[in-house]
Design a protein around this ligand. Structure first.
Ligand code: HXC
Length: 257
């Protein structure tokens, strides 16, 4: 596929999506949303891809939804076009997604990171939900995912003040998985993503679905889901191979089946 606002490549079993609108600090306009979603769904449908990395530039992961594109819209237009609706499809990909964040991850940029499963941050990353300053609120999941990730009081402070936090604070409050030096970010993202991608695909899909269930359902419901998903994996070739390799004290050779 030909993309205008992102770059896409595959390294090993890892699909890379790099936001590429430097003139707007990777602000997420409709074209970018469609391209990111299309690229993620294409990787998701490819059995040769076991993990996806989403990244931006050193200066900006993404400075938010595109303010200039939204500014003049009416409430009816936003509703009828479901302006950010396609992002739900990004959040729904079954393949694990690693966000590699450097620079600004603001508004929709922070929310895009929150749709990923692992958030690696460079020591130069800055996170924030500045929407109230624009007279709006987070619209790509920020109010919901931040509360679940950080707890109510940290989330509410960020959303209500619009304050930006640095990588160290983001790590302290649980907004990122890990912080690495800026110069190592992309290598580290590839390493983490490839480590994930080499694992059996059926187990990765099941693990991500079960983790998602923890955010979406009651404990009882989530535990039932986990038990069923766990049992279901015993019909996979990779479960037999993984356990045989352990017993035979050798490295497993997975077929992702
Ligand atoms: C459109 C943006 C943009 C955005 C930056 N730019 N952020 N354009 N939408 N969100 C553009 C600027 O207009 C400018 O273009 C160019 O990118 C460089 O930005 P500068 O402001 O000149 O850079 P700098 O001085 O380094 O400041 C960086 C910054 C600032 C602190 C990140 O750009 C900023 O505050 N951006 C907006 C952040 C924000 O409010 N995000 C939330 C968006 S609302 P020109 O051509 O003018 O020089 C949102 C809603 C989510 O995300 C709801 C659902 C999606």
């Amino acid at each position: 596929a030909e993309y205008q606002t992102i770059r896409v490549e595959q390294r090993g079993r890892v699909g890379w999506i790099t936001l590429d609108r430097p003139e707007a600090l990777n602000a997420l306009n409709t074209a970018t949303m469609r391209e990111v979603v299309a690229a993620a769904e294409t990787f998701d449908a490819d059995e040769g891809v076991g993990a996806i990395v989403v990244t931006g530039s050193e200066k900006a992961f993404a400075a938010g939804a595109d303010i200039k594109e939204m500014e003049s819209k009416s409430s009816v237009e936003m509703t009828l076009t479901d302006h950010f609706g396609a992002w739900a499809r990004f959040a729904a990909v079954r393949t694990p997604v690693v966000a590699a964040v450097s620079g600004y991850a603001l508004g929709g940029g922070c929310e895009l990171a929150l749709m990923c499963d692992v958030i690696l941050a460079s020591d130069r990353a800055r996170f924030g939900q500045p929407e109230v300053q624009l007279g709006v609120i987070p619209g790509m999941g920020g109010t919901q995912r931040l509360v679940r990730a950080l707890g109510y009081y940290k989330a509410a402070e960020l959303v209500l003040t619009g304050r930006m936090i640095d990588a160290a604070e983001a790590e302290r409050v649980g907004l990122v998985s890990r912080v690495v030096p800026a110069t190592d970010l992309l290598d580290e993202a590839q390493t983490v993503a490839q480590t994930i991608a080499e694992k059996p695909l059926p187990a990765l899909y099941a693990a991500k679905a079960a983790l998602d269930a923890a955010l979406e359902t009651s404990l009882a419901e989530g535990l039932r889901f986990e038990r069923q998903a766990f049992a279901g994996l015993f019909d996979t070739a990779d479960q037999k191979e993984g356990m045989a390799a352990f017993r035979e004290k050798r490295a497993p050779s997975f077929t992702h089946r």
